[in-house]
Design a protein around this ligand. Sequence first.
Ligand code: MLT
Length: 267
Amino acid sequence: MKVQVNGIPVAYTDQGSGPPLVLLHAFPLNRTMWEPQLTAFAARARTIAIDLRGHGESRPGHTPHTLDDLATDIKYLLDHLRIERAVFLGLSMGGYILMALYRLHPELVKGLVLADTRAQADSSEGRAGRFEMIRTAQTLGAAAIADVMMPRLLSDRTLTSDPGLSAKVRSMIIQNPIETIVADLQAMASRPDSVPLLAHIGCPTLVLVGELDRGTPPSDARFMADRIPGAHLTVLHGAAHLSNLEEPEAFNRAVLSFLEEIEGSRG
Ligand code: MLT
């Protein structure tokens, strides 16, 4: 499905019925990364997976964009769908966007799943790495970005022994327009520090992380879980950064039991 959000045609999947659950994908991917989750989640929740602007089937908007712009797109899309509150699941950049959304519209957020993400802003070294990647994207294109990203996203085991999954992730990356890759990198480089927000998160929160995640390692996940009141932490064995794709069953189990807990305890 597609709808104009902020003047931009944004694509999303809206599947299942029940309490709304909104899925936000990682950089530089799209909503098809949630394939192993959709059926499992849609059996229990109205599951909405969004292609962020410029990704997948959504059109790019003005660039550069900020993570606040992406969070605002989500608010408008939910207004269009007449959803007043939802549980949100964001992986990596999706998690950064959730922190922006919580800052801007905490009333929308009934529960949070922060997967393979972190609250800290980029270090100066991290920011320099982003600018290097912008140069790579502009001079060598999306295939070169895929070469850089693949070992950051997937474990060595997946890269060597699961060519199907590796090809799927690579194909998501190379479909991105260069302007989207550049805009995302600029947006992530300039995102604010969300550490001060953590103590003010007042909704049920699950923090998930792959034990082999190198970009946003378990220490970052523990850091968030220690500071968000009442948050639970689940470490997924054998998974790297894209833990939902590498260990989908354990990932789905953790999210579904979190949803059950929320629905059992709060309206
Ligand atoms: C992602 O998976 O969204 C990115 O790795 C996040 C990042 O580069 O910080």
